[in-house]
Design a protein around this ligand. Structure first.
Ligand code: LLP
Length: 390
C-alpha cells in the first residue's frame, strides 16, 4: 500500500491482492494445461466482488452459480452464458426462467420435482435445458460438519439408488437434454484421499450405467472443495493444484469424449483476500486481555459460524520481539463475535491495524448488516496503486 496513507484506508475493509489472484489463476492454467477435457467453473458464492469476478472471467474460467443473482453477476462480469452451470436444491421459477433466457450451459438438477418444473418452463419458453443430475455419492469429507455435503444424510443431491430412474425420466422429457452427472462432497478439503474416494465412486457408478446400457453421460462434474492453508498462509499462498488435478487424472476412468468439470471457489480466491481492521480499544480483563477491533462477525462470520481459524497479524508497523496474547474480538452484541482467542501479537495500541488473512473466500459474500452496520468497504491492490502483496 505504498501510495495510500494508512489513515486514508477506511476500516473495516477487504483488500484483494490482484497480483496473487493472477498468480493463482496462472497456477490453475498450468496444472490443467495437459487436460483439454477439463473445464473449471469458478464458484461465485466464494467471492462475487465485481472486480474479482471480471478478472476470473478474463482468465477464461466458467462460472458456477447457485442463484439468479449469481447468474446475473456472472453475466455482468463477462462470463459467457454457455460457461455457466447452475446448482441449488431450491431453484425458484424466476431463476430457472432467467437461466433459460440467458442460455446458460447447464442446470445441475437435485430432484425429480425440480426436473419436471424445468421441463415445463423450458417448454413454455420453447427452450431446451441441458441438465446434469447431482448425485449424492455418500462419500464423507474430512472437514467441518457444516460444510460436508456428500453424505446420504445431507439435503443435497439424488440418492445413488435412484440414479437410473431419474435418468430414464429425463430421457423422456421433450425439453430436457441429459448431459451428465454432478457431485460435490464438501469444502475446505486438504486430504486428497477424499477426492480419490469420490473418483472411485464415480467409476463404480459409470460401470453400473454402462452395464445397464445407459449412455449420454458426456459430463462428469466433480464439484469443488479444494482447501487452503489457513494456519500459515504466507507459506502456501497458492493451493496445491497439481496434486489435486493429478488425483482425478490418475483415478477417474473416463469414456471417450467425456469432459470433467470442476467447481472451485475457495482455492481460487481464499488467499488473495485480507480483512483489515483497526484496534479500537485494549481492554485488560481480569482473566483475559482483549483487543477490540472495528470488524466483527458482520464482516467475517467464519470464526463465529464454524470455529474457523484465520491467521491474524499486526499490519503496517514494525514491532519488537515481545509477544502478548489477546482475544481479538469485534463490536457486535454476540458472545460469539470473536476472531481468535489467545492470539499471539506484539503489544497493541489503539489505532493499530490488524490483518486477518485468508479472508478472500466466504468473507465479503457472507457479510451482513446485523446491528445496522454498513457492508464492508473493499479495495483491490490495483486501486491502491501497488503491486506489493499485503
Ligand atoms: N460446488 C458446489 C455444489 C458447492 O456447494 C460448493 C460450495 C462449491 C462448488 C465450491 O466449494 P469450494 O471449492 O469453495 O470449497 N461458507 C463455507 C463454505 C460453504 C461451501 C458451500 N458450497 C465456509 O466459509 O467455509
Amino acid at each position: 500500500m505504498a501510495h495510500t496513507p494508512q489513515h486514508d484506508i477506511h476500516t473495516p475493509c477487504y483488500v484483494y491482492d490482484m497480483h496473487l489472484l493472477d498468480t493463482t489463476l496462472q497456477a490453475i492454467r498450468a496444472a490443467t494445461a495437459g487436460h483439454e477435457n477439463y473445464h473449471i467453473h469458478y464458484a461465485v458464492k466464494a467471492n462475487a466482488n465485481p472486480i474479482v469476478l471480471r478478472r476470473i472471467a478474463q482468465a477464461g474460467l466458467g462460472a458456477d452459480c447457485v442463484s439468479g443473482g449469481e447468474i446475473r453477476a456472472a453475466l455482468q462480469a463477462g462470463f459467457p452464458a454457455q460457461s455457466i452451470v447452475y446448482a441449488g436444491v431450491g431453484k425458484a421459477d424466476w431463476e430457472i426462467e432467467l437461466g433459460l433466457e440467458a442460455g446458460i450451459g447447464l442446470f445441475n438438477v437435485e430432484s425429480i420435482p425440480e426436473l419436471e418444473i424445468i421441463n415445463q418452463i423450458a417448454g413454455r419458453m420453447r427452450r431446451r435445458a441441458n441438465i446434469c443430475f447431482r448425485i449424492n455419492p455418500d462419500v464423507g469429507a474430512h472437514t467441518h460438519a457444516n460444510i460436508t455435503t456428500g453424505l446420504a444424510e445431507n439435503k443435497f443431491g439424488i440418492a445413488m439408488s435412484d440414479m437410473e430412474a431419474v435418468i430414464s425420466a429425463a430421457l423422456q422429457m421433450d425439453n430436457i437434454h441429459f448431459a451428465g452427472l454432478h457431485f460435490h462432497i464438501g469444502s475446505q478439503i486438504l486430504d486428497m484421499d477424499d477426492f480419490a474416494a469420490l473418483a472411485r465412486r464415480i467409476n463404480q457408478l459409470q460401470e453400473r450405467l454402462a452395464d445397464e446400457g445407459i449412455t449420454g453421460v458426456r459430463i462428469i462434474n466433480v464439484g469443488g472443495g479444494l482447501g487452503i492453508d489457513y494456519e500459515t498462509p504466507h507459506q502456501h499462498p497458492v493451493p496445491a493444484f497439481d496434486t489435486y488435478f493429478d488425483t482425478y487424472a490418475r483415478l477417474l476412468k473416463l469414456h471417450p469424449g467425456q469432459e470433467v468439470h470442476f467447481e472451485l471457489g475457495r482455492a481460487v480466491v481464499g488467499q488473495m483476500g485480507t480483512l483489515l481492521t483497526r484496534v479500537l480499544y485494549i481492554k485488560e480483563g481480569h482473566v483475559k486481555r482483549f483487543a477490540i477491533v472495528d470488524a466483527g462477525m458482520t464482516e467475517l462470520i467464519r470464526p463465529a459460524l464454524y470455529g474457523a481459524h484465520h491467521h491474524i497479524e499486526l499490519f503496517g508497523r514494525t514491532a519488537g520481539n515481545e509477544q502478548l496474547t489477546y482475544d481479538v474480538v469485534g463490536p457486535i452484541c454476540e458472545s460469539s463475535d470473536v476472531f481468535q482467542k489467545d492470539c499471539p501479537l506484539p503489544p497493541l495500541q489503539r489505532g493499530d491495524l490488524l490483518a486477518i488473512r485468508s479472508a478472500g473466500a466466504y468473507g465479503e459474500t457472507m457479510a451482513s448488516q446485523y446491528n445496522c452496520r454498513p457492508l464492508p468497504t473493499t479495495y483491490t491492490t490495483d486501486e491502491l496503486n501497488t503491486q506489493n502483496p499485503l
